[in-house]
Design a protein around this ligand. Structure first.
Ligand code: TEU
Ligand code: CA
Length: 559
């Protein structure tokens, strides 16, 4: 079995704006992260995925880059970054940087050149098109951040494409000079010792020829339509990734993960099968829409374990022989998993540990999002002004303009699915603002920091934090957690997710109760011969095999 660090690793995602402020401006920064490296080492994680820290006007909190080779002023400077890198390496922790190369900021020097004239040599670094006969946009695609995906630029009277905000113009990957410039930038960071790359919406970089208009009988004239079928997993995406791998990635011993909204298992095999020489793994999104209705993420609908398990099972089986899964329920774009898939009330600690057991015992690389390891929850700010996220505000404006939905209904959807749920500052202690800053935080701290914080977690041997530490430590000593074959049990059970992991003669049984009621798992005799409990979120093993207490997680070694 060829062992690989990126399969054995546990990754910890830091959203720098909300992790730790060191200079009292209310914004997290690199020196703040440096001050918390011992905490990360104590947790035992192997890789830090650092969300973007490059120069940015922060229209989308750093996912709009204006200089790929310098550090955002609010976060510090390149010297701070070098100190962070060596601080991580001294502790045996690798650094994965976040590459945002589907689009740049409109304040990037390239875009300033590109928009200045149609003859400018940088014109084709971006995607420009003339408007239609009546001056309408080149097609009916909508931005993922609401509104049209095209912005008219007065200077040259043409439109530029932006799948995200109007301050995030899409880069033109059809242009080999642009690709070369990006590969040069990636080499700059890899030559500095970066150990991994997370590639933002990397499966959107190849758009269909002609940027076709979405034709649908039900569309009214001028009505916007997504357009994802013309830019997700597009015609040249694999060619581009294989070129990037050949020219850059293959020259370094690094970990790569692509963020691929809309990718299927079949797509993921093409992105991650080892003989494809593209990426090592991808973030798929299917399970992140298990509570989205027909109108998308803000159309919040109840989810079921059957629905969640069916997706996770499909990906476990689909990538069993080729490719590799990334395992996550949280990141800076998603609500907090204990509120969304667990129970952030009476069963917060138990359900946070149960969900952690799921993520660390399925087959794939587990990703921990900052605060997940202490069971941080969603927040419910009372007024829209408390929210900061551009996605939230654009959606709110668009829905209020449409006039067919009430303010309270939208606010409820924001409470459930808004990205700021994940971006409230890290809760370190009971000090004001949770110890995140001694200034005014850029986004309010969740008021429950007084009871949910790192200080109390470190002091409580039964905390979510110490349970994560145990899970991460187990992974280092039990190859079955990394390489063991996955096999589903109880496929129809309404509340229990059960499976085994088998490696040679080692067989583990995982039982997870997703409900606040006791549940009985009817197991075949061969699975009742329990040798030992490896880990569990109740102090004592269950007295009756198969009887699971509320939100119980238990992992057994079988005889
Ligand atoms: O996210 C891609 C993406 O699709 C997100 O818009 C996400 O699906 C959505 O916000 C869920 O509500 C990446 C980054 O992770 C995100 O932070 C950026 O806003 C986006 O790309 C643009 O760079
Ligand atoms: Ca700061």
């Amino acid at each position: 079995m060829n062992r690989t660090f990126w399969k054995e690793a546990v990754v910890y995602q830091i959203y720098p704006r909300s992790f730790q402020d060191s200079n009292g401006d209310g914004i997290g920064d690199l020196r703040g992260i440096i001050s918390r490296l011992d905490y990360l080492q104590k947790l035992g994680i192997d890789v830090v995925w650092l969300s973007p820290v490059y120069k940015s006007p922060n229209d989308d909190n750093g996912y709009d880059i204006s200089d790929y080779q310098d550090i955002m002023d609010e976060f510090g400077n390149l010297q701070d970054w070098e100190e962070l890198l060596s601080g991580l390496h001294e502790r045996g922790i690798r650094l994965m940087m976040d590459l945002v190369i589907n689009h740049s900021s409109d304040e990037h020097a390239w875009f300033a050149e590109s928009r200045s004239s149609k003859e400018n040599p940088y014109r084709d670094y971006y995607i420009w098109r003339p408007g239609g006969p009546d001056g309408e946009p080149p097609n009916n695609w909508s931005s993922i951040f609401s509104g049209p995906a095209w912005e008219l630029d007065e200077a040259t009277g043409e439109y530029y494409l932006h799948l995200f905000s109007r301050k995030q113009p899409d880069l033109n990957w059809e242009n080999p000079r642009l690709r070369e410039a990006l590969y040069k930038m990636i080499t700059f960071w890899l030559d500095k010792g970066v150990d991994g790359l997370r590639m933002d919406v990397i499966n959107l970089i190849s758009k269909a020829d002609g940027l076709p208009t979405v034709e649908r009988a039900d569309l009214a004239p001028g009505e916007l339509a997504g357009g994802g079928e013309y830019y997700m997993n597009g015609p040249r995406v694999h060619e581009f990734l294989q070129e990037m791998n050949r020219q850059v990635l293959s020259k370094y011993d690094i970990m790569t993960v692509g963020e691929t909204p809309g990718a299927t298992v079949e797509d993921a095999i093409l992105y991650t099968a080892e003989d494809r020489n593209e990426l090592q793994m991808v973030f798929q999104f299917e399970h992140m829409d298990v509570d989205s209705g027909p109108d998308g993420k803000w159309d919040v609908t109840p989810w079921s374990l059957q629905g969640l398990r069916a997706i996770l099972h499909k990906w476990q089986v689909g990538l069993a022989e080729q490719g590799w899964n990334s395992l996550y329920l949280n990141n800076h774009d998603q609500p907090r998993m204990v509120s969304r898939f667990g129970n952030d009330g009476a069963y917060r600690v138990l359900s946070a540990k149960m969900l952690a057991t799921l993520l660390h015992t399925l087959k794939g690389t587990p990703y921990i999002y900052q605060g997940e390891e202490i069971g941080m929850t969603n927040v419910k700010f009372p007024v829209l002004e408390d929210y900061q996220d551009i996605e939230t505000h654009n959606m709110y404006r668009e829905k209020m303009k449409a006039g067919d939905v009430e303010h309270e209904t939208i606010l409820k959807a924001i409470h459930a699915k808004g990205r700021d749920n994940a971006r409230t500052p890290m809760q370190w202690s009971t000090a004001e603002h949770g110890g995140f800053t001694d200034g005014t935080p850029w986004l309010k701290v969740n008021p429950n920091y007084t009871s949910i914080n790192v200080e109390e977690a470190l002091a409580d041997p039964d905390s979510v934090f110490h349970y994560y530490r145990q899970l991460i430590a187990l992974r280092k000593h039990h190859p079955v957690m990394v390489y063991g074959d996955y096999e589903l049990l109880l496929p129809e059970h309404e509340y229990i997710y059960a499976y085994t992991r088998t490696l040679e003669d080692i067989r583990w049984l995982v039982l997870l109760n997703f409900s606040d009621q006791p549940q009985q798992a009817e197991l075949p005799d061969e699975l009742k011969r329990l040798e030992a409990r490896i880990i569990g979120n109740y102090a004592e093993s269950s007295v009756l095999p198969g009887l699971l207490r509320p939100y119980e997680a238990a992992v057994y070694k079988l005889k």
